[in-house]
Design a protein around this ligand. Structure first.
Ligand code: ATP
Length: 569
């Protein structure tokens, strides 16, 4: 599926609009239209219901070490600034960025990596520059390599490529040398590798800085750019009342852990869930809603005894994967990827990502929908003590010169006492952290299908159909009177009202029935019910299935129950 088709459908049918579109839009911000708002609400409601409100806390779920409880929270977006100092976001939640001295644009320092994902380029480079020798080995043709780079304006498109153009012989002679001694072969040559040769050559030979990808101008030294949006609480705009929009919902849960335990009867193991907006001032927002500056997260902090945390981690990893599959990402595009040991945060003994092969990514690449992390006692301990223990956090920035924590913790006791064993401990935390917008985007991508269906004259036509799982489809059923006379609209309207009491339904009496079906197919409505001449005689209607196009006749009185059974089942 081409992403452009989905983007255009989303706008045309009211799933997603660019924020403030009439003023030219605001980069990194998106509005959900009439269909989109229902779709995203259904994702969030399914998550809340399945994880929290309908959770069976009396049974032991398959794979779980024991029964557990679940409860919820709704915390503020702006919190005490100390929260972000202690959590590490104030010091460390940053991307490297540079500013162009000429055009003044901001550039993310790793922009080169972003542009090197094009596997096709690597293949074309290899095909053009490697020449088979009679003995079966390959030789490398530097002249071809240089002209390949020049014709693609590599130097302009890919910043480090400039060195290749300015000083190509040096770069290519290094590459040729490595090819000669066989440390690089056509099979292992990738575009990033080529670029890394160029970048090294550039640095060593020319001393040049990476130029601006927009205008080729000089860039400043990379510096940290904190991704938190800032504001001020109160009238004065001073450092004292500086506040931040939360970059994740998780911290609200940690700082309320004691409140929840003390005010409710929940006991560890317990999960505390929250859905809410988060904000990150992403330097390069892109790929539709995938990387936005304002987005919604669905997060659980699951508190358990340290001795059981490894088992709980496995349980949550598998449970969350299964959940995405159940609401419609059942295909091969969804994967569970365990992080390698060297990818793990210093406090984590296990992290896995649930990833989806979004159509805007190159073949074989996946984008994260959700991360499931074993966070140990890092967060609760930090909020108690500040950043003191070098083993819990080896990062220098968090210690002052006197060896005391640079950022003081709350000093509150956030440990937990088991009232049966009397043991007091700091719970370990498993964190399944999902994005509602990325999830919704994956469901939109997965749902998009083109097939053929007969039009009103029986001629096969291409149809666009959004095959959402009935549970998350924005509209569950549409009702049409076949014609606008003979009492059909009245019967259809009564049915529509009855359906609407249960879930979003749609009434349409305009135009040919085939056209009405098509509109609902594009909206992803799973069932269309038509009131026709026969209805007036025997009180039956037709119900058309969006995916199979099958039409069954059923009693008018049974329609609501039947649709309900199908969409909640
Ligand atoms: P990425 O590496 O893609 O920036 P992340 O690892 O920083 O993501 P987390 O901090 O683990 O993301 O946040 C949890 C979830 O929140 C992500 O899995 C994703 O679904 C969502 N999320 C994070 N950043 C964004 C964003 N800029 N736009 C939309 N969703 C986001």
């Amino acid at each position: 599926m081409e992403m452009e088709k989905l983007v255009s459908l989303c706008r045309r049918r009211g799933f997603l609009f660019q924020s403030s579109e009439i003023y030219g839009g605001l980069n990194g911000f998106w509005d959900y239209g009439p269909l989109g708002v229902e779709l995203k609400r259904n994702v969030k409601e399914a998550w809340w219901r399945d994880m929290v409100s309908a959770h069976d806390d009396l049974a032991t779920l398959p794979g779980a070490p024991s029964p557990y409880e679940m409860t919820g929270l709704d915390c503020t977006i702006i919190m005490h600034p100390q929260v972000w100092k202690v959590s590490g976001h104030f010091d460390l939640f940053a991307d490297k960025m540079q500013t162009c001295r000429q055009c003044k644009k901001l550039v993310r320092a790793d922009h080169v990596a972003d542009m090197t994902r094009d596997a096709e380029w690597a293949q074309s480079f290899a095909a053009c520059c490697f020449v088979p020798k009679p003995d079966g080995t390959m030789s490398f043709n530097s002249a071809e390599a240089i002209s390949w780079a020049k014709t693609r304006k590599l130097g302009r498109k890919l910043a480090p490529g400039l060195a290749l153009v300015r000083d190509p012989e040096v770069t290519m002679s290094w590459l040729a040398e490595d090819i000669e001694n066989e440390s690089v072969t056509p099979a292992t040559l990738t575009l990033p590798l080529v670029l890394s040769y160029m970048a090294t050559a550039q640095k060593n030979e020319t001393g040049l800085q990476t130029p601006c990808p927009h205008c080729g101008g000089d860039l400043t030294e990379p510096r940290d750019f904190n991704l938190m949006f800032e504001s001020h609480a109160g009238a004065l705009q001073s450092d004292e009342n500086k506040v931040f929009l939360r970059p994740e919902t998780a911290q609200g849960i940690f700082v309320n852990f004691k409140n929840v335990i003390d005010s409710s009867r929940v006991k560890v193991p317990v999960g505390i869930a929250q859905i809410g907006k988060s904000f990150r001032n992403e330097i390069t927002p892109r790929n539709f809603t995938f990387r936005s500056r304002e987005f919604e997260q669905m997060e659980i902090e699951f508190f358990c005894h340290p001795s059981q945390s490894a088992d709980w981690y496995k349980f949550w990893r598998d449970r969350r994967m299964k959940w995405w599959q159940e609401i419609g990402l059942a295909g091969e595009r969804l994967i569970l990827r365990d992080h390698h040991a060297d990818e793990l945060s210093h406090y984590s003994t296990g992290t896995a990502d649930i990833e989806y092969a979004f159509p805007f990514l190159p073949e074989g690449e996946y984008g994260e929908l959700e991360g499931i992390a074993h966070r140990g006692d890092f967060d609760l301990r930090s909020h108690m003590e500040g950043k003191l223990d070098p083993n819990s956090c080896p990062l220098e920035v968090q210690k002052g010169e006197d060896g005391k924590p640079l950022h003081k913790g709350s000093g509150r006791d956030l440990t937990y006492r088991d009232d049966i064993t009397n043991e007091r401990f700091t719970p370990h935390v498993i964190e399944p952290s999902a994005g509602a917008d990325r999830g919704t985007l994956a469901l939109l991508c997965e749902a998009y299908h083109e097939d053929t269906a007969p039009d009103d004259k029986g001629k096969e036509q291409t149809r666009v159909v959004m095959k959402f799982h009935p549970r998350i489809a924005p509209i569950k059923a549409a009702v049409f009177p076949l014609v606008k006379k003979d009492g059909m609209p009245e019967v259809a309207q009564d049915l529509y009202r009855a359906l609407k009491k249960k879930f979003p339904a749609f009434y349409d009496e305009k135009g040919a029935v085939g056209r009405r079906y098509r509109r609902q197919d594009e909206a992803g409505t799973p069932y269309c019910i038509t009131v026709d001449g026969q209805t007036l005689q025997d009180q039956t209607v037709t119900m058309r299935d969006r995916d199979t196009l099958e039409q069954v006749r059923l009693k008018l009185d049974d329609v609501v129950a039947e649709v309900e059974r199908r969409v909640t089942g």
